[in-house]
Design a protein around this ligand. Structure first.
Ligand code: HEC
Length: 393
C-alpha cells in the first residue's frame, strides 16, 4: 500500500516540479531577454541605463533599467526567488521518492558498484553537497574573474562528475545526478549569491551609501552560468525517460555534447535578443545541428546478433519473460516496492509481449534499460532469444 501512496507523492511532486521550473525558467528567460532588449534613448531619467517597450495581453509595458538603483527605493519591490527555491525543493523531493525510496531499482546497479541502499543514498547526498563546494570555490578563485576560463573549468567539473557518477550508480541515475548537481548549483547561485548580494545592495542604498560593485559583478557571473546551464539541465532531466541516452558506455561524452549543444542554442537567443546579426547569430544552429546528429549517432547502440527465429520455441520465451519481467510487469506485481505494473505495462503472456513488442525491443534488446539495473541478471543470450522472437512476430 505504501507504494501506492508513493506513486501519488511522485505524481504530485513531478507536477509541482514542472510548474515551478516553468515559472523559474520562464521568468529567467524573460529577464535575460528584457536586459538584452534595453535600448538607450534621450530623456531617460537620471541613472537609467536603457528602456524597453513591449505589448502583451492587451496592454503596453514600458520598462526602464536602473544600472545601480533608483535615487529613492520604491515602496513595493518584487523579488524573484521562490520559483528557484521550490524547483529545487520539489526536485530534491522527487529524487528522494524515486531514487532513494526506489534505490534498489533505480539508483543501484550491482554490476556497476556493490552498494547498500545507505551507501548509495549517502553518496548521492554527499556528492550534491561536495559538488556545490567545488563549483562555488572555483567561482571564487582568481580564475573566476575570467568568465571563459571559469566556464571551461566548470565544464571539466561537470564531465568529471559524469564520469564519477557512472562508476557508482545505474546509468539512468548517473545521468540524472549530473543534472541534479548542476541544478543544485543553479539554485545555490540564487540562494547563496544572487539574492543575498541584491539584499546587501538594497540595504546600502537605504543607508545612503554606494553599494560595492563587486556584489553586482559576482551576481552577474552566477546568473550567466544559470543562463547557459538551463537547457543542458532540462535535457538531462528529461533524458532519464529515454534509455537510448544513458545506456551507452562513457556517459561523460554524452554530457560533454549535451552541455555544448544547450549552451550554443542559448547563445543564439542571447545574441539575437541583444540585436546582433550576421555571423554572430548564424553559426549556432548549424553547429548545434551537427552536434545533435553526432550525439544521436554516437548513442546508437551496436546492432544485436539475434538468435535465428526458427531455433526459438515459445516456451523458452515465456520462461525468459516470466523470470525477468513479470515480477514487476504483472497486474499484481510480486516484486517488493511495486503495487501496480510500471507504466501500465503488463507482461504475463506471450500475447502481452507481442502487444508491447516495439517498446520491449527498445527497452531490453537495443538498450539494456529493462530489467532496471539488470536486477534479475538477464543474460545477453536471453536478450538475443527474446529479440529473435520479437523480430518474428
Ligand atoms: C524491477 C522491476 C522491473 C523489472 C524486473 C522489469 N521492469 Fe520494465 N519497467 C519497470 C519500471 C519501474 C518502468 C518504468 C520506467 C520509467 O518510469 O521510465 C518500466 C517500464 C517498462 C516499459 C515501458 C517503457 C516506456 O517508457 O514505454 C517496458 C516496455 C518495459 N518496462 C519492459 C520490460 C521488460 C521486457 C522486462 C523484462 C525483460 C522488464 N521491463 C523488467 C520495472 C521493471
Amino acid at each position: 500500500m505504501a507504494d501506492y501512496w508513493m506513486e501519488w507523492a511522485s505524481l504530485l511532486l513531478r507536477w509541482l516540479h514542472v510548474i515551478t521550473a516553468i515559472a523559474w525558467i520562464g521568468s529567467s528567460f524573460y529577464f535575460v531577454w528584457l536586459d538584452l532588449s534595453l535600448r538607450k534613448a534621450e530623456h531617460l531619467p537620471k541613472g537609467v541605463h536603457g528602456e524597453s517597450w513591449s505589448v502583451h495581453g492587451g496592454g503596453f509595458y514600458h520598462v526602464q533599467k536602473y544600472l545601480v538603483a533608483p535615487e529613492a527605493m520604491p515602496k513595493e519591490l518584487h523579488w524573484f526567488k521562490y520559483e528557484s527555491y521550490f524547483t529545487w525543493i520539489s526536485g530534491f523531493s522527487l529524487l528522494i521518492v524515486t531514487y532513494y525510496w526506489g534505490a534498489q531499482v533505480f539508483l543501484i546497479d550491482l554490476s556497476v558498484a556493490d552498494l547498500s541502499v545507505q551507501q548509495a543514498v549517502g553518496l548521492s547526498l554527499g556528492s550534491l553537497a561536495v559538488g556545490w563546494i567545488i563549483y562555488d570555490g572555483l567561482c571564487k578563485t582568481p580564475a573566476g574573474k575570467d568568465l571563459r576560463v571559469l566556464g571551461l573549468l566548470v565544464y571539466v567539473v561537470v564531465l568529471l562528475a559524469a564520469y564519477g557518477y557512472s562508476e557508482i550508480f545505474s546509468s539512468r541515475a548517473a545521468l540524472l545526478h549530473v543534472g541534479a548537481m548542476v541544478a543544485t548549483w543553479m539554485t545555490g547561485n540564487v540562494f547563496f549569491i544572487i539574492i543575498p548580494n541584491q539584499k546587501k545592495v538594497v540595504a546600502s542604498l537605504k543607508q545612503g551609501k554606494t553599494p560595492d560593485p563587486a556584489l553586482g559583478l559576482q551576481a552577474k557571473q552566477r546568473s550567466t552560468h544559470n543562463n547557459y546551464l538551463t537547457l543542458p539541465v532540462l535535457f538531462m532531466m528529461l533524458s532519464n525517460h529515454y534509455p537510448m541516452t544513458f545506456v551507452g558506455e562513457d556517459l561523460w561524452i554524452l554530457v560533454a555534447l549535451v552541455v555544448l549543444i544547450g549552451a550554443i542554442i542559448r547563445d543564439y537567443f542571447n545574441a539575437g535578443h541583444a540585436g546582433a546579426n550576421g555571423f554572430r547569430v548564424r553559426w549556432q544552429w548549424p553547429v548545434a545541428s551537427v552536434l545533435i546528429l553526432t550525439l544521436a549517432f554516437w548513442a546508437k547502440p551496436p546492432s544485436v546478433a539475434l538468435e535465428a527465429s526458427d531455433m526459438i520455441n515459445d516456451n523458452e520465451v515465456q520462461a525468459i519473460v516470466t523470470t525477468h519481467c513479470t515480477g514487476c510487469h504483472a497486474a499484481q506485481p510480486t516484486m517488493p516496492g511495486f503495487s501496480s505494473p510500471p507504466k501500465g505495462v503488463i507482461l504475463e503472456t506471450l500475447a502481452d509481449v507481442e502487444k508491447y513488442k516495439q517498446q520491449i525491443y527498445a527497452q531490453s534488446i537495443v538498450s539494456r534499460a529493462m530489467p532496471p539495473g539488470n536486477m534479475t541478471q538477464m543474460s545477453q543470450e536471453e536478450r538475443e532469444i527474446l529479440g529473435g522472437w520479437l523480430e518474428k512476430h
